[in-house]
Structures are given as C-alpha cells and as structure tokens.
Write a protein that binds this ligand. Structure first.
Ligand SMILES: [Zn+2]
Ligand SMILES: [Zn+2]
Length: 313
C-alpha cells in the first residue's frame, strides 16, 4: 500500500507567512560561499545540499492522508483542508469510488470536505466510515444554509453512504482488514489500522498518549501492535504537553515511548502545531530521532509527515 500526505498541520490551516519566507532566504544567503557561486554545477550542488526546512516547507493544510491499496482502491483519512489540494491534483479513481474515514469531527478534520471537487462529480460515490452515530449530522452542520456556504448539505451529500464502525471489531473494506479504537481526546477520536498482504498501517491523529485509557487495552493492542508505520499526533513539545494536559495531543517523547511498547517499526510525526515554523518542526524531528536512538536503539524509525510526500508502506 501507498500513503500520500495532503495535509499534516493540526488545529487550523496555517499558510506559510512572508516573514517565514524571508527567514528562509536569509538562511540561504548566510550559507553561500564564493566557491558555491563559481559555476552552474557548484550552484546546483549548493541548492541540493540545503536542508529540507530551508528548501521547501513541511505544509500548512490541515489533516488529510490518502491510502492506496495494492489493488489501487482509494481510501481517504480525514477531510481537512488537504483534501481540497488532493481534489485539484488528482483525477477521481477509475472505479469512481472513495472510502473516507473520519478520526473525529473537529473542524480541522472536516473543513476541506465542502471544497473537495470530486464530491461534486455525480458519478463519484463516497462511503463514509467513522465510529460516531451522528457523523452525518456533524458534517451537515458545515453547510446548513446558503448564508453559511453556497451549497446545501442535502444537495452535496447525495452520493454519500454512512457506516458506523465498532471499536475492536475487524472489518473487510476495500480488500483491507480495518480496525478502530477510541483514544483520549476531547469529544473522543478514533485511530484506525489497515492491514493488507502482511503490512499494517495505522492512522492515529488527535490522541493524548500521556492520558491513554486502559479499559480498551485489547483494542489498542489489536490496532497498534507490530505496525509497520503509524501516523501519530506529536503536536507538542514536552513542556506544552505538561501545560496543556487534557487538550488531547501528544509530545514526541510519548509517541516514541508508545511506539516502543507496541513494537511499531516507523512513526510519522503528524498534526504539527500551527504556531511552529519549519525550523522548529525540524528541531522536533531531530529531537525525536535522538530520543528514539537513546530509548530504542533505532528500533523505531522516525520520519516527518510532509505535505505532498508519498511513501510505500
Ligand atoms: Zn486535529
Ligand atoms: Zn481534535
């Protein structure tokens, strides 16, 4: 299976600012030596050697992750503002079908849906999965009248079908075995595991791992144990996680500790804090890598979820 990150930012879409671009240009200029400017080749080599946090950006769209199965079925995880970019960048699937999973219905995870081009295509059908009985009601609140959005929910949602998933129960969806588990987050959120051909991928956003519930340990194990890759909420630094207890997010240290306890092979740091620039997020990545080496001897690989990046699981 393949995973593609379309939105990785938490809480609210956060476009890069002018001062952040100026800081990147300053950082480039400060690094150049006269030798770097000698020829086309030396200039190209200099550019290729720039770190990712300077030569690009990790992304400002709110959560949306696309999973493509080995048979080419398309699954979408959350419909934050990243889903708008997905709809603009990619054609609808050949079979005209998406499975769309919602971790929960906080605004940053649903705000892109009314802007998803393919949802307006009458030949596209979308099966919507979550563990919330009132999923449709929550989504409809975004488009209740023409004064709030120029399309009404009842017209927009004609090709949507809603399904409620039970925690811990295995389901066969799009040729994958899918499970979900309730996690600690204000109003609750659910993490999902997807298994196919011996590979296991988990989407676990908006989770407070410091406050993880133990009543559902069996379901937690069924979803997370021995996963090949897990997209994990790591919005906070340690200080913030302490100061913002019960806000529903995690620090990278808790994510790595949790990954070690669940024998997870790779963690993608996700749901980046909207106040952080790329330099700060890169420093969190480096700290998380250091901590993983220290605590797990690199048993847990750490990567950053970066908008626009596709990875094979
Ligand atoms: Zn969120
Ligand atoms: Zn949330």
């Amino acid at each position: 299976m393949k995973v593609h990150f379309w939105g990785v930012r938490g809480s609210i879409p956060s476009p890069i600012t002018s001062s952040q671009i100026q800081a990147k240009i300053n950082a480039v200029v400060q690094r150049i030596t006269p030798q770097d400017l000698e020829s086309f080749d030396t200039r190209e080599k200099f550019i290729a050697g720039l770190p990712d946090w300077i030569y690009g950006t990790f992304g400002g769209n709110s959560p949306c992750v696309q999973l493509t199965t080995d048979e080419g079925k398309e699954i979408i995880l959350d419909a934050g503002s990243g889903i708008r970019v997905m709809g603009k960048s990619k054609k609808a699937p050949a079979d005209g079908h998406y499975s769309l999973f919602f971790s929960h219905f906080h605004w940053d995870h649903i705000c892109g849906l009314p802007f998803f081009d393919h949802a307006f295509n009458p030949s596209v059908e979308i099966d919507i999965y979550s563990s919330f009985e009132k999923a449709e009601e929550y989504l409809a609140l975004q488009m209740p009248s023409l004064q709030l959005f120029p399309v009404l929910w009842e017209n927009f949602s004609r090709n949507f079908k809603f399904h409620v998933l039970e925690e811990g129960k295995p389901y066969e969806i799009d040729g994958m075995t899918v499970r979900c588990v309730k996690m600690s987050h204000p109003g609750s959120s659910y993490s999902f595991s997807f298994e196919q051909n011996g590979k296991k991928f988990v989407y676990a956003t908006d989770v407070e791992l410091m406050d993880i519930q133990t009543s559902n340990q069996e379901a937690v194990n069924a979803v997370f144990k021995d996963a090949d890759a897990v997209v994990l909420d790591t919005q906070y630094t340690m200080e913030e996680a302490q100061a913002k207890e019960k806000w529903g997010h995690s620090a990278f240290c808790y994510a790595i500790d949790f990954a070690v306890s669940m024998n997870i092979k790779k963690v993608y740091l996700f749901h980046h804090e909207p106040m952080y620039d790329d330099k700060k997020i890169n420093s969190i990545l480096n700290a998380a890598k250091w901590y993983s080496t220290f605590i797990s001897h690199d048993q847990v690989k750490v990567e950053l979820a970066v908008e626009g990046v596709e990875a094979e699981i």
